[in-house]
Write a new protein. Structure first.
Length: 120
């Protein structure tokens, strides 16, 4: 059986190319960021302020079957270490809802994009 991560990445690639999205067999819900309001946008890093760095960071968060974070990986860098670190630290501390397959919670990976803009 294909991993859920592979299927999700294939779905993202298919969407970007305009192709049909493959069904995620057996997965009744994918892991996702808890949207109940407990997760906050990370603060803009003070160390990035002098150069007014900005950018988007994409992290892959491996969510355990209990919703806890197993691992956070940098998928796409903003080009600035301070922003990448702030995004990864924020993602580690957020709450997640686990994926379910056939009614049972399972480990899964969710991609999260965090955008940083210097304060006005």
């Amino acid at each position: 059986m294909m991993s859920n991560t592979f299927v999700k990445l294939a779905a993202v690639a298919a969407l970007m190319s305009g192709s049909a999205v493959p069904a995620m067999a057996g997965v009744t819900s994918a892991a996702h960021v808890d949207t109940s309001g407990v997760n906050m946008q990370p603060a803009y890093p003070a160390s990035a302020l002098p150069k007014r760095e900005s950018g988007a960071v994409v992290v892959g968060v491996r969510v355990k079957d209990d919703g806890q974070v197993r691992r956070v990986d940098l998928v796409r860098s903003s080009g600035f270490d301070e922003l990448d670190s702030a995004a990864m630290n924020a993602a580690r501390g957020w709450h997640y809802v686990p994926a379910y397959e056939n009614g049972n919670p399972i480990d899964d990976t969710v991609l999260v994009q965090i955008v940083f803009q210097p304060p006005a």
